[in-house]
Design a protein around this ligand. Sequence first.
Ligand SMILES: C[C@H](OP(=O)(O)O)C(=O)O
Ligand SMILES: [Mg+2]
Length: 317
Amino acid sequence: MQNCARTTYRLLSTMYKNSGTNLASLSAADIKEWLNSFDTVLTDCDGVIWVDNETLPHATDVINKFIDNGKKLFFVTNNSTKTRPEFVAKSVKLGFNVDVDNIISTAYLAAQYLKNIGFSKKVYVVGSTGITRELDAVGIQHIGIGPDVLNGSLADAVHNFTPDPEVGAVIVGFDEHFNFVKMMKAASYLDKPGVLFIGTNTDERFPLPDCVIPGTGSIVNAVTTCAERKPTVVGKPNKHICDILEKEYKVDPSRTLMIGDRLNTDILLGINCGFQTLLVETGIHKAADFSQTEDAELKQCVPDVYTSKLGDLLPYL
Ligand SMILES: C[C@H](OP(=O)(O)O)C(=O)O
Ligand SMILES: [Mg+2]
């Protein structure tokens, strides 16, 4: 029986690989069999299970059903503004039955990255308390959090800036106080070759419908330009997350589903890691963004399956 199931799985995974199949075109039996071929489900957050503080239709039912059905479930978010416990508090308040081991967030990944290499100096942080609290949790000192406004002229700011010699790394994440002074300080620290440069993620914008909220990628790329150095990006689509999942959580990539709303982070992470992928159209991208695009990058990010929202899976769980 076991061999038969594995053969079926191999057929299913071959059938759908990078096929861009519409879930609605599959039979109920095929969908159930496809979903049963996964032991682990990774889901993005913004644009898949929620937008800002509003859950998307039936997202809590689907996620809690996955958990009840015994799937290993992870929220894999590029958002660096919260610690894992803060993500748990938000998730539980919204009705998701998760705890801290279900959360993989970029502030946590950045702090773990430095902890795992035995980093013992200070970090200059362009970012929020999500990052600084995760650094506190692993005993790494930091400076730079909060507003850093230009009082007087830029020449004054340059003249008054005395770099802290203890700084051995710069982490750049989402920072609502980002400005020219912070960009100058980050680039100045990074001008020393030994100083590490870590970016949390490179999302171009947040999936909010009413206006363009620049994403962390806008900030990371601004520092990258003036620092004339490329960062180590710990978030999606970089494979760093897969290493953590395989090493710490023994996840089998061949039996893992990655669900996302953004082709060039979520779906590309799935492709980079050998996961099956499902695009939901409640955030940044839609089917037309991979099927009718001229963008060479997006053409490489074809999901195995796509559907309008995560809640479409509920009848099959
Ligand atoms: C949009 C992104 O969050 P995610 O979609 O990865 O949860 C981010 O907060 O930069
Ligand atoms: Mg998203």
